[in-house]
Design a protein around this ligand. Structure first.
Ligand SMILES: [Zn+2]
Length: 105
């Protein structure tokens, strides 16, 4: 399964930017969903310049798509230090796709 260059979410077309270099962003994000500019940005490398694995980048993509869905449909699912449902759901969807063979397509 490939990460698309564009993704339609509730009628809005997001541009998906891979290998994005987050400069001066606190917390060294792996990805970002900008619902105003309709952009999903995905980092390709960590702070030390090491290339991220495809599975980590894809999991981040799912995570950012969940943000887009939550924003579009008014779903209250946010990050929390104690119970990060959004991140856990992204990991679960990623595992579902892997376990059922969608990642090889
Ligand atoms: Zn997030």
């Amino acid at each position: 399964m490939q990460i698309p260059e564009e993704l339609k979410v509730g009628g809005h077309i997001y541009e998906v930017i891979q290998n994005y270099k987050f400069v001066d962003h606190p917390g060294n994000p792996s990805g970002q969903c900008d619902s105003n500019l309709l952009r999903i940005k995905l980092a390709g490398h960590d702070l030390d310049g090491h290339e991220k694995s495809k599975s980590i980048i894809f999991q981040t993509f799912i995570h950012e798509v969940l943000h887009a869905l939550c924003i579009c449909y008014g779903i209250q699912m946010k990050h929390s230090d104690e119970n990060d449902e959004l991140d856990r759901l992204a990991e679960g969807i990623f595992a579902l796709l892997v376990d059922n063979g969608y990642m090889n397509k």
